[in-house]
Design a binder for this molecule. Structure first.
Ligand code: FES
Length: 108
């Protein structure tokens, strides 16, 4: 599913998109786009309000960090990893998510 254009997601930035009512966070790490669940795995808080530092994303509410490349929670209080979704990039820069049929998996 096409969700955004690469030109709207500069390296080192992130953006929340909604797919079928589910928030998904797109992150551009040095030109590689990653997609993870858009809401923290600890409590309900949008991760685009957090901070990107290198490969890690810090949730602004309780400051858990997550590894963007693996989804792993690096600090408490979050314990569950962020769900990740496969991303592909079309030749024209369209960002495409490969999502399963049915509900989009989210860890909460
Ligand atoms: S809501 Fe993200 S660490 Fe608590």
């Amino acid at each position: 599913m096409a969700v955004a254009a690469l030109q709207d997601l500069a390296p080192g930035t992130m953006r929340l998109v909604q797919v079928d009512g589910t928030d998904i966070l797109l992150v551009n790490l040095d030109g590689t786009v990653h997609a993870v669940q858009g809401i923290c795995s600890h409590e309900y808080f949008e991760l685009d309000k957090g901070f990107l530092t290198g490969d890690s994303l810090t949730c602004a509410l309780h400051l858990s960090r997550f590894d963007v490349e693996t989804g792993e929670a690096l600090d408490p209080p979050a314990e569950l990893p962020l769900a990740r979704y496969p991303v592909s990039l079309e030749a024209d820069g369209t960002i495409v998510l490969e999502l399963p049929e049915g509900p989009i998996p989210v860890n909460e």
